[in-house]
Design a protein around this ligand. Structure first.
Ligand code: PLP
Length: 388
């Protein structure tokens, strides 16, 4: 294969492009994870994580993917047979539900059409109906990466409070943290699950649990088996700046640098940047005459846009053309959306010109693959970016 000149456009909604500074930080020599240099690194990233999750409590960091951090959230807080309220917002919500079932939990899985987020009114009704208080946790995916629909976490918190229900509230922020407004403490979330390869602009390999005092108290009585994921040993070791097993030292170097970059730009500016790029992408989509999978404007994801293929088929062939001709990876349709949609990731290490390049590849790909569309989407996005 000939050397592809220019940088690969990794425009899937995670893993995202890793900034040069982070790549360089990852390449530092590995150090003794029981020595003083490591302690300084760990204490710095612990403090930075608290600021990104917006919590005063310790954030547990695992050497794991996001799936591991999902498992940690469940096994640390729940017992066999506990009932969990989950919502079918898309592929990832379905996988988290499947994991809960495999762990021996009972799941009330509220059906959905994979085109919108969780309805806070349904949360309130479900909890109000649960007079025996059997539901032990409400689990929501903040940004459903398979569909491009957001769930409104602050409103769901209010719905739980209106129902006066004591269930824990767990939120998957795997593709929203560091890109979309998120506040663990203020929104009364008990366990926030996240990972490294999306808004944090790192390679895959770190999983996170931000934990409330209520979740920590629940973990004292939780009876699901756990060992590697158990919070108590990790938190005890973290107190002194260390880990109880070998940490992913080089990813922590990268995390320190990524947190520095996020803080330099400012979380509010980052959130505004992502909303602006989401809006520009949707303007392009409108001109192309193609459909956004997400149906609710207030739930449009700022970090990815899922495009429905005309005729509901051919997305994989189209993505193949874009990869071959323009060296750009677009996200595939997952689960029941396979081949029916493709996903444009516009998150992480990304700016106006990255978006124009991305949308340019998407529009040229339509012509080459024979996808019916109206030309001019990129021009509409550029006009918006130049004016806004
Ligand atoms: N949850 C969401 C919302 C995701 O987007 C993903 C992965 O893309 C996961 C969970 C699973 O994370 P991982 O693939 O890192 O295990």
């Amino acid at each position: 294969m000939a050397y592809p000149t220019g940088r690969h456009f990794l425009q899937i909604p995670g893993p995202t492009n890793v900034p040069e500074q982070v790549l360089r930080a990852l390449a530092k020599p590995t150090i003794d994870h029981r020595g003083p240099e490591f302690k300084a690194l760990a204490l710095e990233v612990f403090a930075g994580c608290k600021r990104v999750f917006k919590t005063e409590n310790q954030v547990v960091i695992y050497a794991s993917s996001g799936t591991g951090a999902w498992e940690a959230s469940l096994v640390n807080t729940l017992s066999p047979g506990d009932k969990v309220l989950m919502f079918e917002t898309g592929h990832f919500a379905t996988l988290w539900k499947n994991m809960a079932l495999r762990l021996g939990l009972e799941v009330d899985f509220v059906p959905g059409d994979w085109r919108r987020g969780v309805d806070p009114a349904v949360v309130e009704t479900k909890l109000a109906e649960d007079r025996g208080r059997r539901i032990k946790s409400v689990n929501v995916v903040h940004n459903e990466t398979s569909t491009g629909c957001l769930s409104r976490i602050a409103e769901i918190r209010k719905a739980i409070d209106r129902a006066g229900h004591p269930a824990l509230f767990m939120v998957d922020t795997i593709s929203s943290l560091g890109s979309v407004d998120y506040r663990h403490d203020e929104w009364g979330v008990d366990v926030t699950v996240s990972c490294s390869q999306k808004g944090l602009m790192l390679p895959p390999g770190l999983g996170f649990n931000a934990i409330s005092a209520k979740a920590l108290a629940a973990s004292q009585n939780a009876r699901l088996p756990r060992s590697y994921w158990a919070w108590d040993e990790i938190l005890a070791a973290n107190k002194t700046g260390f880990f109880h097993s070998s940490p992913a030292t080089n990813l922590l170097y990268g995390l320190r640098e990524a947190l520095r970059l996020l803080e330099e730009e400012g979380l509010e500016n980052i959130v505004a940047r992502h909303s602006r790029h989401g809006e520009a992408t949707r303007r392009a989509l409108k001109v192309w005459g193609l459909e956004n999978l997400c149906l609710e404007p207030k739930e449009y994801s700022p970090i990815l846009t899922t495009v429905v293929m005309p005729g509901n088929t051919g997305a994989d062939r189209y993505r193949g053309v874009v990869l071959e001709k323009f060296n750009m990876s677009l996200g595939s349709g997952l689960g029941q959306l396979k081949d029916r949609v493709f996903r444009i990731g516009h998150l992480g290490e990304f700016n106006d010109l990255s978006l124009v390049g991305t949308l340019g590849g998407v529009e040229m790909g339509f012509s080459l693959a024979g996808v019916p569309h109206t030309k001019g989407g990129v021009a509409a996005a550029m006009e918006y970016l130049a004016g806004a």
